[in-house]
Design a protein around this ligand. Structure first.
Ligand code: ADP
Ligand code: MG
Length: 516
């Protein structure tokens, strides 16, 4: 029996919508509606003077105060600041996301005794700084973040708990190769998992941080804006922030309507002139076909990395609101030659899986071992930026290749370059090509206070590890002295401890309009 006073919480902190779920007394995941009565809370925050509003109300007011609206902050996680100033101020994306979490927590507390011990989900391709930013957002919202979990893994846990990967005797029926296809509002994520009974192993993962429902909406907006200009001449209606905001809402409505109907009308109004345009599903599909094909390309890539043929995939799970577009399942069936499973809720599966995982972790804290095992892989290689001796060019020495099973520790030896050297500096990067291009700088580690008088060429061993959740740890030692070396890890991005405290105070001081 679970502690009803401290339920396990799962939060799908989405790019466009977020969902909070908990495990009930029977260990069943349940979604919690927000104060407006909706299961999905738009991940948008409106800043007006000293007032902060989150969710549907924020989105409604957006056309009036477009410069105060922060949406899609998840895309910026891991960056120092939200991609544009909000009413003249710079906000770290984790602060915006923490305000979304604060609303979810606050609203859920109207129904649950306590909302504290939570697992928050992240796309599996999130790199280390983005993962840290997510944990920090949770902390800023006053949550005890038990862990983060990859969204496809969470969806698979929900599927497994409901549908079962076990036969009637409770044994693994067979090894399932499950492809989780998650097309949300702003991101695309595809993951191949091998599931054997209660063992969930991620094999390979891929995705696109800049591909989601909004890109489909934008194609409609571009099409309509061009037609509007052709008819009325004058400036591009998209250049006007308020018009753009209205067109964005209209485009989403039209897109959703086309999921159920063959055609509908797009209405635009700009500077006193209006236009109504018929949009057919066929037209919409042809305007966005390349976006859909990009997702198929990513699938092929992931399957190739996993050495898996398309016909070896045994189940396909669809997650994310954009998978409702009929062309998604149609194209997937073509690509993978099988019918697509639609038995779990595309909106709730991720949050439910996070709640299930939170329950497992709560049990573990209480000393109860779970029969479910989850094995993850890293979505980006971890390397050290060095210099090629012959050419003097930068070189990416990969230490942990992408898609390695986690947790994993890898050691690398460095040598001092001169006699009496007291410190060594190591630049840690994620991803990137052989010369480190397109890599994300993660941290500068400085091995400090090496004992004096070490001869040139003294070996220093640095251990890089990814924990199960994709967070990084680094340790260094000097084997000759059999001694740990002092290591200072200076993170390249994300909030420092001092900034966390400062923002925490800012958040505590804001007037959060929470709708009660
Ligand atoms: P995220 O995980 O990125 O927050 P969701 O999984 O909630 O996003 O998906 C949100 C996206 O799904 C939005 O772009 C929304 O327009 C789209 N969407 C929701 N319902 C439909 C529908 N019926 N038809 C087409 N797209 C939809
Ligand atoms: Mg999502």
């Amino acid at each position: 029996m679970r502690d009803p006073n401290n339920p396990a919480i799962g939060i799908d902190l989405g790019t466009t919508f977020s969902v909070l779920a908990y495990l009930d007394a029977h260990g069943e995941p349940k979604s919690v509606a927000n104060a407006e009565g909706d299961l999905l809370t738009p991940s948008v925050v409106l800043f007006e003077d000293s007032l902060v509003t989150v969710g549907k109300e924020a989105r409604k007011a957006a056309a009036l105060v477009p410069e105060g609206l922060a949406a899609f902050a998840k895309r910026d996680m891991g960056e120092p600041a939200f991609h544009r100033e909000i009413s003249g101020s710079k906000f770290p994306p984790e602060v915006i996301q923490s305000l979304v979490l604060s609303k979810l927590k606050h609203d859920a507390e109207l129904q649950l005794p306590r909302v504290e011990q939570a697992v928050i989900t992240v796309p599996s391709y999130f790199n280390e700084p983005r993962r840290k930013a997510t944990q920090d957002a949770g902390q800023l919202a006053g949550l005890d973040v038990l862990d983060i979990i990859n969204e496809p893994t969470a969806a698979a846990l929900t599927y497994g708990a409901k549908q079962g990967f076990l036969n009637e005797r409770g044994e693994a029926a067979k090894t399932e190769r499950v492809l989780v296809y998650d097309l949300g509002g702003g991101t695309f994520d595809v993951t191949l998992m091998e599931i054997e009974g209660k063992n969930y192993n991620t094999i390979a993962t891929g995705g696109d941080v800049y591909l989601g429902g909004i890109d489909f909406d934008r194609r409609l907006i571009d099409h309509v804006a061009a037609a509007f200009q052709e008819k009325h001449g004058g400036d591009d209606p998209k250049q006007d922030l308020a018009t753009l905001q209205r067109m964005t809402q209209e485009a989403e409505d039209v897109k959703r309507a086309l999921t159920n109907r063959e055609q509908t009308t797009f209405t635009v109004e700009h500077k006193g002139q209006g236009m109504r345009l018929q949009i057919t599903r066929n037209l919409f599909e042809s305007l966005t076909e390349d976006l859909l094909m990009r997702t198929m390309f990513t699938i092929r890539n992931v399957l190739r990395q996993a050495n898996c043929e398309a016909n070896q995939v045994t189940r396909v799970i669809l997650v994310g609101g954009s998978t409702r577009m009929p062309m998604v399942a149609r194209q997937l069936e073509k690509e993978l030659g099988q019918t697509i499973d639609r038995s779990i809720s595309t909106d709730e599966a991720v949050a439910h899986g996070a709640a299930i995982y939170a329950g497992i972790l709560q049990n573990e804290r209480a000393g109860i071992k779970s029969s479910v095992s989850v094995v993850n892989v890293n979505s980006h290689s971890l390397g050290v930026l060095g210099t090629e001796e012959a050419t003097g060019r930068p070189r990416n020495a990969v230490i942990i290749p992408a898609n390695s099973q986690l947790p994993l520790v890898m050691g690398k030896r460095f040598s001092t370059a001169k006699d009496g050297q007291r410190s060594i500096k190591v630049s840690v990067i994620e991803g990137g090509n052989a010369s480190g291009q397109n890599a994300t700088p993660v941290a500068q580690c400085v091995i400090r206070d090496l004992p004096p008088n070490l001869p040139k060429g003294t070996k220093v061993e640095v251990f890089f590890s990814y924990q199960q959740n994709g967070r990084m740890k680094i340790r260094a030692r000097v084997p000759k002295l059999d001694k740990e070396a002092t290591l200072v890890v200076q993170r390249e991005v994300g909030l420092s401890d001092e900034n966390m405290v400062a923002w925490q105070q800012w958040i505590d001081g804001t007037n959060l309009s929470l709708g009660d």
